[in-house]
Design a protein around this ligand. Structure first.
Ligand SMILES: *[C@@H]1O[C@H](CO)[C@@H](O)[C@H](O)[C@H]1NC(C)=O
Length: 176
């Protein structure tokens, strides 16, 4: 009886914690990640680097690199426009991650990016999930010729980038 009660309380407090964290993944995938794309395209930015990746290219720790993880959501070889206000950085998707528990702890989906993204968008050398650095991430069009790296956008540009993003999601069958 007591055991059942404490189990019920544990389940209740766990669900309260999940609800209050404000994050739920519509499409968990690959055992420990989330494949769904938030409807508002809004994420927290974290950073990573290393010597191997899920897609092949090395996520180098040296500066000046523009890449992200999140291939489970967007696919290897895609490009993301990662934006904070009027500043965007086109980045190559070259690795999988983060683990879903990190997004649950943060309370929002996460774009894990190269340290250069933190530097240029937030003026810091690294960023963790608890920093809660808000960004928007939009899939670049397949025929987008812009090189990787920073660029400035107007509000009209953002509307256009968002439109292209929504079209890419449909074309590529990516899930919300
Ligand atoms: C973006 O605009 C800022 C000024 O607001 C400027 O300093 C910067 O060079 C611009 N970046 C690019 C890539 O054009």
């Amino acid at each position: 009886m007591l055991n059942k009660l404490s189990l019920a309380l544990a389940v209740l407090s766990l669900s309260v914690a999940l609800v209050s964290a404000g994050y739920s993944c519509a499409k968990p995938c690959y055992g420990n990640m989330c494949c769904s794309i938030p409807s508002d395209n809004s994420y927290y930015l974290t950073d990573f680097c290393g010597s191997t990746s899920a897609c092949g290219p090395i996520p180098s720790c040296t500066g000046g690199q523009y890449f992200t993880a999140d291939s489970q959501r967007f696919g290897c070889g895609k490009y993301l426009n990662v934006c904070r206000g009027s500043k965007c950085i086109k980045s190559a998707v070259i690795d999988a991650g983060p683990a879903m528990w990190v997004e649950q702890d943060a309370g929002r989906a996460i774009i894990d990016g190269s340290p250069q993204l933190c530097k240029e968008l937030f003026g810091v050398n690294s960023c963790g999930w608890s920093d809660h650095f808000s960004i928007t991430a939009l899939v670049a069009g397949a025929d987008d010729l812009r090189p990787v790296g920073p660029f400035n956008v107007t509000e009209a540009d953002m509307i256009q980038l968002t439109k292209i993003h929504e079209e890419e999601l449909i074309k590529c069958g990516l899930s919300r």
